[in-house]
Design a protein around this ligand. Sequence first.
Ligand code: G1P
Length: 294
Amino acid sequence: MNLKVRKAVFPAAGLGTRFLPATKAMPKEMLPLVDKPLIQYAVEESIHSGIQNIYIVTGRGKSAIEDHFDVSFELEHLLSSRKKTELLSIVQGVSDMINIAYVRQKEALGLGHAVLRAKELIGDEPFAVVLSDDVIDSEIPCLRQLLDVYEFYGASVVALMEVPPDQTSSYGIVDAEPVEHNGAKSSLYRVRNMVEKPKPGSAPSNLAIIGRYILTPEIFKSIEQIEPGAGGELQLTDALKHLLRNRPIYGLKFEGTRYDAGDKLGFLKATVEMALKRRDLGTAFHEYLKTLKL
Ligand code: G1P
């Protein structure tokens, strides 16, 4: 039996420079898609995948994230005295469902470095890593899809997506061979090699790693052994490549739509599509969009 995955790490210490000035005094993870912060989408995906222990790796200026998942007595008192029960349950909802802890990344030295900060909290068990910039809308939560693969193979699993060749330099890219799984050969891969942000024209494929990972605890040793890579940062992709010397790693082309909410255009696309899907807003928003002479 493989150990159950009970914990998820949410790196959230980046400076969010792509969204300045909005992120000067507010963490980018708190930018809302319609009315919910990015990080809450990711936390809800984790809950719906069966993981309730949430470890957020924060940095300076990120206290709004802690407040967001904390109890807000004044607000709750106000909503309950005004009998706003629906809003009250929205406000209480997520915090009630998770055990949350924070660990500090003093300097933004890379994704590998951020994950390493959670080493003591994770201990010797498998865990998930969730990047809240990648918002994934799917029937079965993306993390749940990866967990199913982990539970079968007992090995680390990364989420994969095909990207256009001119975008490979923005991602971790894998070299991988398809594996037969559940009778289908198209979506599961065994990773042979990987490279973080390959130079244009040198990517081994167009299969990019998207911000969802199930990792076995040996990854911490690998992170400790690698040198800084792309951008002078300790890269999680490089640690996975190191781990690949001794352990198999799988990649799953997940089902669902992924939005790159860390990018302005991606953020706008996510906002429009999420709004169109909302029961309370969708119809009116759709009508409005039709009036735009595009
Ligand atoms: C990070 C990872 C990269 C991955 C990407 C997915 O990069 O380092 O391997 O492909 O997330 O969003 P970042 O977007 O932080 O530059």
